[in-house]
Design a protein around this ligand. Structure first.
Ligand SMILES: Cc1cc2nc3c(=O)[nH]c(=O)nc-3n(C[C@H](O)[C@H](O)[C@H](O)COP(=O)(O)OP(=O)(O)OC[C@H]3O[C@@H](n4cnc5c(N)ncnc54)[C@H](O)[C@@H]3O)c2cc1C
Length: 428
């Protein structure tokens, strides 16, 4: 077989964005995906943020299989039997180009890969990449399905458990502390019930994040995102904390679903999909080397993901880094040089974009989010105080300040709160 200009491994958001950009510019491109079809086994929570996709397909929401545009973002702190919520909405979120969308990967990845094919790339599904080809220190293609497929450059977009990074000998800096385990269910519910229960109309959607006792004090949280006729619901918990405390993530998911604030939202729902996946959350601290001779890394494989506790953004980082990798390859093709030196342009492009800028800005967030008080003491404190404020017990009230002191008593000190606020200032 004749060689390709570029082989992109993995047809997730990073690989599709990379493959599309390469093929659009006329490079002979192969996109290899191990799933039966792109998106077949892929999962995420399901909210896509930001304009990176709009750069590739202006007005993409008109044709892409988006579920709902996100009009409202809600954040809730739960205790065993109470909840305290804050919500943000903006008129701007309901006007094109919108701010974010709920999406289901099986439909979305398939659509994205079809655009890569239309742009002129070959998309080979059901083909697992097993190894790299080498000429000296230069990567010169892949081994897949028993075949050797040569190419000038390989772009690894093979996700969080990237095999190719190891095969390329790039240094990884991660431990179980750097990953969260996500478990997600898709629960089918009639459209009218979703709209009644979440107070939505038409194509409006809500992204709802939760912190509470269901993680048993372990760093993590839960989410519910509305699709057209289903809910994406799940939990995300630090992998090392689960192992250390011998906790099964699935038990935590069940506890979340049984919480009074959640249970009633799921009545008459039917479970249609269950999946789990790792999330690289330590960003800069765990980032591998990003390129070597004839080889680049993008998306989750490179740990390009932003977790601030309020949002989890990986798809937009994957798409932006996939585009940057493709632009680097296009320049390398123009000068006929795929060496490490030539591919180092990739780093400059990432540094100029939000990808490395955001990860630098929020580099202390992963450490801040490990604070156990965020997951037990603070939800209890806020809910206890709210209960005192909103309950009349038939006797004269105390000042709110005094009630706060009572809620804090024996649970948390002012010094701890001040220290946590200072840490939050540094991290967020
Ligand atoms: C529970 C959970 C919730 C999330 N919520 C959100 C969210 O709401 N918003 C958001 O933006 N991000 C979210 N993310 C993160 C987001 O899913 C990822 O950041 C994003 O999918 C990364 O894209 P990627 O293309 O780099 O990798 P992936 O999406 O993982 O794609 C990798 C692709 O490579 C293929 N592959 C792997 N190995 C091989 C091989 N050897 N040969 C051939 N193919 C291979 C896989 O099959 C897959 O198709 C969430 C993640 C999880 C787990």
């Amino acid at each position: 077989m004749q060689g390709f200009d570029a082989i992109v491994v993995g047809a997730g958001p990073a690989g599709c964005a990379c493959g599309y950009t390469l093929a659009k510019s006329g490079l002979k491109t192969l996109l290899v995906e191990r799933g039966k079809f792109p998106g077949a086994k892929n999962m995420w929570g399901g909210v896509y943020y930001g304009p990176a996709l709009n750069r590739l397909f202006p007005g993409f929401w008109e044709e892409a299989p988006v579920e709902r545009y996100i009009l409202r973002h809600r954040f809730s702190l739960l205790t065993q039997d109470s909840s305290f919520s804050a919500e943000f909405t903006s008129k701007r979120f309901s006007d094109p180009p919108y701010n974010s969308f709920s999406l289901l990967r099986s439909k979305f990845d398939r659509w994205f890969a079809s655009k890569v094919e239309q742009a002129g790339a070959i998309v080979a599904s059901g083909l697992q990449t097993d190894d790299l080809l080498w000429k000296g220190n230069q990567v010169t293609g892949i081994k897949a399905g028993g075949d050797e497929l040569p190419s000038s450059v390989v772009v690894a977009c093979d996700g969080v458990n990237s095999l190719l990074i190891e095969k390329a000998g790039l240094q990884k800096n991660s431990s179980p502390r750097d990953f969260k385990l996500g478990i997600k269910e898709v629960i089918q519910i009639p459209r009218n019930l979703i709209e009644q229960r979440f107070n939505l109309a038409g194509e409006e959607g809500i992204a709802w994040e939760f912190i509470g006792p269901f993680t048993r004090g372990l760093p993590g949280g839960a989410f519910i995102y509305t699709n057209k006729e289903s809910l994406s619901l799940g939990i995300v918990v630090q992998l090392s904390a689960l192992a250390k405390n011998n906790v099964r993530a699935n038990d935590l998911l069940e506890e979340f679903k049984n919480h009074p604030a959640v249970e009633s939202l799921l009545v008459d729902g039917q479970l249609v999909e269950y999946s789990s996946h790792l999330i690289p959350v330590s960003a800069k601290a765990m980032m591998p080397e990003l390129f070597t001779d004839g080889f680049l890394v993008a998306g989750d494989a490179a740990a390009f993901l932003l977790a601030t506790g309020l949002t989890l953004e990986g798809a937009n980082f994957a798409i932006a880094s996939g585009i940057a990798a493709a632009e680097t390859v296009i320049r390398a093709k123009q000068i006929g040089d795929f060496s490490r030196n030539s591919l180092s342009d990739y780093l400059n492009l990432l540094k100029q974009s939000f990808v490395l800028k955001d990860l630098k800005t929020f580099k202390k967030a992963p450490h801040f989010l490990e604070n156990p008080r965020l997951y037990r003491q603070y939800p209890e404190l806020v809910c206890d105080l709210a209960e005192k404020i909103f309950t009349h017990q038939g006797r004269p009230r105390k000042k709110i300040w005094k009630q706060l002191r009572e809620s804090m008593d024996g649970k948390i000190s002012f010094w701890q709160i001040i220290r946590d606020l200072m840490r939050m200032k540094g991290a967020l």
